[in-house]
Design a protein around this ligand. Structure first.
Ligand code: UD1
Ligand code: CA
Length: 474
């Protein structure tokens, strides 16, 4: 099976002395989105975040992102150590790079990598391999290209006598040029001093009336400077998305890659139907993922678990041998051997220790639940510190919110909370205590005590008949 994240250790060139620019100022017009295109998600991760992660993972430390002036949401995912350049009007990729001129001037020695925020699969291997070609050729510009079966929408690579000569955008291309299948990925290495010079020469004399960064190739040629290509053997690395259909294709490609990588590592995914797993998730061998399971963010799952069917985990840490069936778990930690579901909801801030059971229609929020505690049915535990070996009967509710403030509930080890108990927080129940079914606990319960807070039952003899309420079945 294809290795997607190769470990390219041998003969590594250092990328610490180079810098990078990422273009992310485009709008979401073709996506028909109110927010920025680069925030459209592939496997629940914004495309720009994929690009930023690959850039930093390859060892480049000096990075500038070009953003539009109204894109607060874009800024929110750009790390603090990344410089920002603002492009007020969207006048093309060349114009966007011009906005980073100051950044380039302060890093003028050496080379700069240019990436687009809508090309999420760029990876360290491609960045490095292209850089080696760039250095070896002493190139002014090196373009990463690939051969696509469906080159529609991409800039085409023009060659003269087999030698790279220019990039033509689809809008400007002749029929003959459109038949070319080698495309521009939008991943480039530039000699920085050359790029600064070339930026002065780019014009907007084309079908779109935009400043194209791709014109730098012909500009270099005209200046007698060497240009080169790194023709990627893996076409999917260069895929970009301009509209929702393109985004779906990227999602499908990425989804299968992640699943294949996990299978290589010993994760059991017998059917891939509806299984979507974040590229940042880590899953142990012999864990079985069943259909309809969505695993988001930086979730970590140990070995020998069974997750699904129909389950979503978001940024969770799951131990070993855990079983989760038809449930939603968010920002939660689950200890070894725990059993969750069906139809349970762990909300953020929940920690279940080893061997805990959380069953049907149970919600737990911002709480710690001790080892082997059982919360089997129809229960809400919020803002609570629960000990080990506690048993919650059916329908227990912590009343943690008084309308203004949230309060904590503390339950000691081995307590036995009978059905339909209300625990009115703040309240503390001691170790080994018992509550009577239907009790509303408003005061602390000492260890080993029985708390009963309900009206004693009275039977009124023959009441139903005398009041005419008794209806004999016909
Ligand atoms: C671009 C390339 C094309 C290449 C394709 C690869 C140019 C002229 N064309 O076309 O050759 O095959 O990418 O995917 O470069 N952006 C800005 N400001 C702008 C315009 C764009 O920041 O004014 C950013 C966008 O956010 C995007 C990237 O630049 O991340 C590329 O822009 P886009 O309009 O998608 O270019 P393509 O038409 O895909
Ligand atoms: Ca694009």
């Amino acid at each position: 099976m294809r290795q997607f994240y190769p470990n390219h250790q041998k003969g590594r060139v250092s990328l610490q002395d180079v810098c990078a620019i990422i273009l992310a100022a485009g709008d979401g017009k073709r996506m028909k989105s109110k927010s920025s295109k680069v925030l459209c998600e592939v496997l629940f991760k914004p495309m720009l975040k994929w690009v930023l992660d690959s850039c930093f993972a390859s060892g480049i430390e000096t990075v500038c992102t070009v953003v539009s002036d109204h894109a607060k949401d874009v800024l929110a995912i750009v790390p603090e150590n990344c410089a920002i350049a603002v492009q007020k009007e969207r006048r093309g990729t060349g114009h966007a790079v011009m906005m980073a001129r100051e950044f380039l001037e302060s890093n003028v020695d050496g080379d700069v990598l240019l990436l687009y925020g809508d090309t999420p699969f760029v990876d360290e291997e491609t960045i490095r391999a292209a850089y080696e070609v760039h250095r070896a050729g002493g190139n002014a510009v090196t373009v990463v290209t690939a051969d696509l079966e469906q080159p529609r929408g991409y800039g085409r690579i023009l060659r003269q006598d087999g030698k790279f000569s220019a990039i033509v955008e689809e809008k400007d291309a002749t029929e003959e040029q459109r038949a070319i299948r080698e495309i521009n990925s939008g991943i480039y290495w530039f000699r920085t001093a050359f790029l600064l010079e070339a930026l002065n020469r780019i014009t907007c004399d084309n079908a779109a009336g935009e400043y194209y960064i791709t014109d730098t190739v012909a500009i270099a040629k005209g200046m007698g400077q060497p240009v080169g290509v790194y023709r990627s053997p893996r076409a999917d690395v260069v895929l970009g998305a301009n509209d929702r259909k393109g985004l779906h294709q990227l999602n499908e490609t990425a989804r299968m890659r992640v699943l294949e990588k996990l299978m290589d590592l010993g994760v059991d995914i017998p059917f891939t139907d509806g299984v979507v797993i974040s590229p940042d998730a880590v899953i142990g061998a012999d864990t079985r993922i069943l259909p309809g399971t969505v695993i988001k963010g930086k979730t970590r799952i140990g070995e020998g678990c069974e997750i699904g069917p129909n389950t979503e985990l978001n940024n969770c840490r799951i131990g070993e041998g855990v079983r989760v069936h038809s449930s939603l778990l968010e920002d939660s930690t689950v200890g070894d051997g725990a059993r969750i579901g069906p139809f349970a909801h762990l909300r953020p801030g929940t920690t279940l220790q080893a061997g805990v059971k959380v069953g049907n229609f149970v919600e737990v929020k911002n709480s710690v639940v001790g080892e082997k505690t059982s919360i089997a049915h129809l229960t809400y535990i919020g803002d609570s510190d629960v000990g080990a070996g506690v048993n919650f009967g059916c329908g227990v509710v912590t009343a943690n919110y008084d309308g203004a403030k949230k309060h904590r509930t503390v339950v000691g080890d081995g307590a036995f909370i009978c059905c339909n108990t209300n625990l009115i927080a703040p309240v503390t129940l001691g170790e080994g205590c018992i509550t009577g079914a239907g009790t509303t606990v408003t005061d602390d319960v000492p260890p080993y005590a029985l708390a009963i807070g309900r009206q004693r039952q009275e039977n009124k003899e023959n009441w139903a008949k005398e009041k005419g309420k008794y209806r004999k079945k016909q």
